[in-house]
Ligand binder design. Structure first.
Ligand code: UD1
Ligand code: CA
Length: 251
């Protein structure tokens, strides 16, 4: 499916400070083998939708914009306050053009993700003609990730974040990678309905799953095998681990 489609856009969430990195630098500017983390995600996004990429920036916005503009032509959505991933997507929606029907959402802190995996997600989304497809993975240590709540096989009813999970839910080892393919109309409608009634008082993008499930939408998960590809960098230990994996990888 490697041909580019003109009804597809990519939104990259990259506005956060990354409090858990314990650094003043915006998280996506931290370097992996001499390149800022965001560079890897942008290169992957370019292979999927080179003409329709929207990057949500906020923390050190000007610096992030400058770094990205050296290698890519994208649109920037400014999220002045980092109110959560759901709010970040809301900020991006106005930069999505009329002709777009499907949106792939990526996180700026998941740099090992490959474009082949995204193609696979889009293919699966098209095959089932669903409203939302989530990329999931089984992790031996799921700590820190949103846990998948299943309605039935491949059908998802919700995602519960670590901070909100019960002890029982914390045992679930199928996690959300933070990567989605979603129909634009459903995304537009559902992000507006997200509330902040959770432990972190944030607008969680993951709430669109429960919102959609309750409205009878078709929400599916595609479970991938290789947990390494989906490591989200939240701490300096994660950064080190990703750099080690990247060095082993054939480029
Ligand atoms: C998120 C998911 C979680 C998933 C994990 C995968 C939510 C609520 N949770 O959690 O289910 O398992 O990713 O890695 O979505 N960002 C903004 N603006 C904001 C907040 C975040 O642009 O207001 C960006 C960050 O810069 C980052 C990305 O969104 O690139 C993810 O945010 P982060 O705070 O790292 O989410 P997680 O807690 O990792
Ligand atoms: Ca993260």
């Amino acid at each position: 499916m490697k041909c580019e489609r003109n009804d597809l856009a990519v939104i990259i969430l990259a506005a956060g400070l990354g409090t858990r990195m314990k650094s003043d630098r915006a998280k996506v500017l931290h370097e992996i083998i001499g390149r800022p983390m965001i560079w890897y995600v942008i290169e992957t996004a370019k292979k999927v939708a080179s003409n329709s990429i929207v990057v949500v920036i906020g923390h050190q916005a000007e610096k992030v914009r400058e770094v990205i503009s050296r290698s890519a032509d994208v649109k920037y959505a400014l999220q002045e306050k980092q109110l959560g991933t759901g709010h970040a997507v809301l900020c991006a929606m106005r930069y999505i053009s009329e002709k777009i029907k499907k949106i792939v959402i990526l996180c700026g802190d998941v740099p090992l993700l490959s474009s082949d995996t995204i193609y696979h997600l889009i293919e699966n989304h098209d095959k089932f003609n669903c409203d939302l497809s989530i990329l999931g993975v089984e992790m031996e240590n799921p700590k820190g990730y949103g846990r998948i709540l299943f309605a039935e096989e491949q059908q998802v009813s919700g995602i519960v974040e670590e901070a909100d999970a019960t002890d029982e839910q914390k045992k679930i080892n199928k996690v959300n990678t933070g990567i989605y393919c979603v129909n634009k109309i459903f995304l537009e409608e559902s992000v507006k309905k997200i509330k902040t009634n959770n432990a972190q008082e944030e607008f969680y993008l993951t709430d669109i799953i429960k919102i959609g499930h309750e409205a009878g939408k078709d929400i599916r998960i595609l479970i991938m095998n290789d947990p390494e590809e989906f490591i989200g960098i939240n701490t300096s230990e994660d950064l080190k681990r990703v750099e080690e994996i990247m060095m082993r990888r054939p480029m």
